[in-house]
Ligand binder design. Structure first.
Ligand code: 2HA
Ligand code: ZN
Length: 269
């Protein structure tokens, strides 16, 4: 009984945390209309009562088989739903889904029939990839930060690790708290498997990935952590843009100063 209560509280807290982050995304201007998506893997906090609930939808195809998601449950923003509404009323604008045993369908299990995010293919593919590599990451975020997306309209920034080095050099926090840097995915059709596959490839090396001329994807242990990484990178982008708008090229921290940070914090890269 105690563990059932615990799970209920833990699930409610995770959904509250999604709502809190959804509000930040809207306030930052990163979530116009229905822009952006959030999915969290809630399998660990599903209690028997929810587990036994009847689905309120038929079996919906994911479009591919994701073997590591067998028996997994997710909370995700609903398709066509707004982040600002998810912030105020998460259960009316979000969807609880479970993956069926064939690993290529899902069912909606919630009081309201909200269809999950249009980026479900890329989000579930990311979760499948993360579980497959033994990661403890449970959250995936996709959003449209103005500054970072603007930078992807400049082809020299799309070369491997050019943006990473530039953004790292703007402020020590970014070097320390986005230590894997920023992967780049060339433009691909939103919601497509091509976009999903290119994103997963980048997750091999990075945990934040830019989608050229579209947005950013970030993964983390929880949704706050996934948000914080994007927020930190965006702060660096803001410092760069502010310096440029004052009419000069920012000097950036030196390679030596960044190496000193790497040593001091024991950073992985
Ligand atoms: O869900 O941002 O990329 C809205 C989007 C799709
Ligand atoms: Zn998008």
């Amino acid at each position: 009984m105690i563990s059932i209560l615990d799970n209920k509280v833990l699930l409610a807290r995770q959904i509250e945390e999604v709502a809190e982050v959804a509000g930040y995304l809207w306030q930052k201007g990163w979530a116009e209309r229905n822009g952006g998506n959030i999915t969290i893997n809630i399998t660990d906090v599903i209690d028997d009562e929810i587990r036994q609930k009847e689905a309120i939808s038929g079996r919906m195809p994911i479009g591919r088989t994701l073997p590591h998601l067998k028996g997994c449950w997710f909370f995700c923003k609903g398709t066509n739903k707004r982040m600002r509404d998810l912030a105020r009323r998460p259960m009316e604008n979000g969807s609880v889904i479970r993956i069926t045993d064939d690993c290529n369908h899902y069912e909606i299990v919630a009081d309201k029939p909200v269809k999950p995010t249009s980026e479900l293919a890329s989000h579930l593919s990311m979760h499948n990839y993360l579980i497959g590599k033994g990661s403890n990451y449970k959250a995936a975020l996709h959003t449209h930060p103005i500054d970072l997306v603007a930078m992807t309209h400049h082809p020299p920034f799309l070369k491997k690790d050019v943006l990473t080095r530039l953004l790292w050099s703007m402020i020590p926090e970014t070097r320390a708290f986005c230590p894997l840097g920023l992967g780049i995915v060339p433009y691909a059709l939103p919601s497509s498997f091509a976009l999903a596959d290119a994103t997963i490839q980048q997750l091999d090396e990075y945990d934040v990935v830019m989608w050229e001329k579209h947005g950013v994807c970030s993964v983390g242990e929880n949704i706050t952590e996934a948000f914080d990484k994007v927020d930190t990178l965006s702060k660096s982008a803001q410092i760069y843009l502010t310096a440029k708008s004052m009419g000069f090229e920012p000097e950036g921290m030196s390679q030596e100063q960044m190496n000193e940070l790497k040593e001091a914090f024991g950073l992985p890269k």
